[in-house]
Design a protein around this ligand. Structure first.
Ligand code: ADE
Length: 233
């Protein structure tokens, strides 16, 4: 998979050299490109933003550097998926992560300030798939942290990235648990600070363990995320 990220803060993506994503890059499973949006400015101050038409506080990212960046990075016949992180996008879910993990090329456009001039997404959509994606119902200072989270959620799903692919089974939000939250997990010792591991987990009865876990999953979800009881997003 190829992943490109465009931002005015390319240093935000240094953590992609670490851990599983870093290994996926150094082993060649993922080809990563980080691009400074200011490369495509032409004035002395390398300006990327301007005041909003219609008035209001804050600044809006100008279409010109974005348009030139996409022209240069995406050849005419290429078909990347352009992901624009924004609090006004569709919610990022595990099922979207799984779908993105099947693509050959993801390109992230990380906006700052009050966002990117809306014509950038409109124009890009005439020649590539564009999705505006929100990490959740809160506002970050820009798309970079959201892009990092999306890249991590997607890359760990690529075949060969996790040492033990079975780690992907029975995770929160996954199809194995019908989109519910994962049950609580325990490891040794069986007693710690007066707290015991639930005895069923020490019993060796696989069926009873499975029943207990399914019930815990359901209870947890009902308590913490009742909205998920309808099944996977
Ligand atoms: N940019 C700012 N806030 C965001 C959010 N919640 N999700 C994705 N991108 C964002």
């Amino acid at each position: 998979m190829r992943i490109d990220l465009i931002s005015i803060f390319p240093d935000y993506f240094a953590p992609l050299e670490l851990s599983l994503v870093g290994k996926a890059v150094s082993s060649g499973l993922v080809e990563l490109g980080v691009h400074d949006l200011r490369t495509w400015t032409h004035d002395r101050h390398r300006t990327v933003d301007d005041t909003p038409y219609g008035g209001g506080a804050g600044m809006v990212m100008m279409p010109q550097p974005w348009g030139e960046a996409l022209d240069e990075l995406v050849p005419p016949e290429a078909q990347p998926t352009l992901i624009l992180p924004t609090p006004s996008g569709q919610l990022f879910t595990q099922s979207l992560a799984a779908e993105l993990a099947e693509q050959d090329w993801l390109l992230f456009g990380c906006g700052r300030y009050e966002g990117i001039d809306a014509r950038v997404a409109e124009h890009a959509a005439t020649r590539m798939r564009v999705i505006e994606v929100s990490l959740g119902d809160y506002v970050l200072n820009g798309g970079e942290v959201a892009a990092l989270a999306i890249v991590e959620a997607v890359v760990r799903l690529l075949p060969g990235v996790l040492g033990n692919p079975e780690s992907l089974a029975e995770e929160s939000h996954g199809a194995d648990l019908d989109g519910l939250l994962e049950y609580p997990m325990y490891t040794k010792p069986a007693q710690w600070r007066g707290l015991e591991v639930p005895p069923v987990l020490l019993s060796g009865h696989h069926e009873q363990v499975a029943t207990w876990r399914a019930e815990q999953s359901r209870q947890r979800t009902a308590q913490r995320r009742p909205d998920l009881l309808q099944g996977p997003n």
